[in-house]
Design a protein around this ligand. Sequence first.
Ligand code: SAM
Length: 389
Amino acid sequence: MSNDDFFYELQKHSEAKLNILDNYVVPWMRIITMGPYGERALVIDGFAGTGKYSNSDGSSIRLIKHVLKFCEQADQNNWDCPQLLILLIEGNRDNYNELLRNIYEITSLDLRDEEDFLPISDYPSIQVSCRFGDFDEILNSMLGRLKNGQTLIPSFCFIDPFGFKDTPFETIKKYLTNEKSEILLNFIYEETNRFITAKNPKVQSHMKSHFGIDNIQSIQDLVKGTPAQLRKQMIVDFYSRQLLENTDVNYVLTFEIKKAGRAKLILFYGTKSIEGLKVMKKAMWKVDGTGLYMFDDRKDPAQIEFQFTQDLNDTILLNDLCEILKNQYSGQHVHIKEIEAFVLTETIYPLENFCKKALKNLEKNDGFIEVKNRKVKGTYPKGTVIQFK
Ligand SMILES: C[S@@+](CC[C@H](N)C(=O)[O-])C[C@H]1O[C@@H](n2cnc3c(N)ncnc32)[C@H](O)[C@@H]1O
């Protein structure tokens, strides 16, 4: 698909990706800027696009609109205005020009060839920069300006390229050394899979840089002759391991996006924060509530499950979580914090709508857990200790 076609119309599978971005970024901004430290935050859209499709906003304009809405809310509620920086990077001149026009339309900011962040006049605590150029170069130059021991302000970087050659693992790793930095990377699975065994030295060099490896043979040996489904799992596991073992992130979450039944994109979310993981699981679960962490554009509206099948599905999932908790904690005294961390990091389930509901079921239906020192029955507030039978 050419660049022009891409921005013509937002396709369903790309919309799923942007819905996850929407679902995540708003609560993320709130947590950082309104948390106990009221910190400044930086949002980076590394492959910003034009900001608009014929039928929808693109990632960059969505991000700006979210921030503006957040400021309006702050105004209405007499909260302190959030301190937010938005950095947009776009590498195609025509797209960049169109993006500038789209930004101007909603902020009245003229950011053409401006290297600094400029404040939005209605909300000066919001500053925007829109850079023409290569994601890798611009991010590296920004990171290079940090002095020894200096770290970026808390930041979230959305990385949404067309292919695999513009997202070197080393740059992502360097970015992730910053204390509160995290990524949502659109890993272009279809192309990566197609070219992973290529013999062309230039392609091999891009592939090595993409995976952050010196020897392409290691990954080629892994996938050669492997059936498609297993091959996909191996590639996803390989990249997840790279993130977990070779960068500073503690948690990785993936979400598969299919187009016409074929695995097209895999979103990789990497964070050091369990709070971030909690918010992203919820954001992904909203797009696919089956527990598969997958969107398939072949599911047209007529195929969408009726409410009663959804409810049935939720009941099955809840029962499954009850069984998992029984097996994990039988005979033990456990702190609610530990249970929540377990659900978040070791199961497919988000906390919301699952963890406390499962505990409630275990208490009410099976009498399988007992809770002491609690004011209100059926609640599991901070500090609760639970005795599993
Ligand atoms: C998949 S599109 C981004 C779509 C956008 N994130 C959205 O959801 O609306 C990729 C964009 O990255 C731009 N691009 C390609 N290579 C780039 C690079 N090396 N650095 C920055 N931008 C690049 C392309 O021109 C294109 O606009």
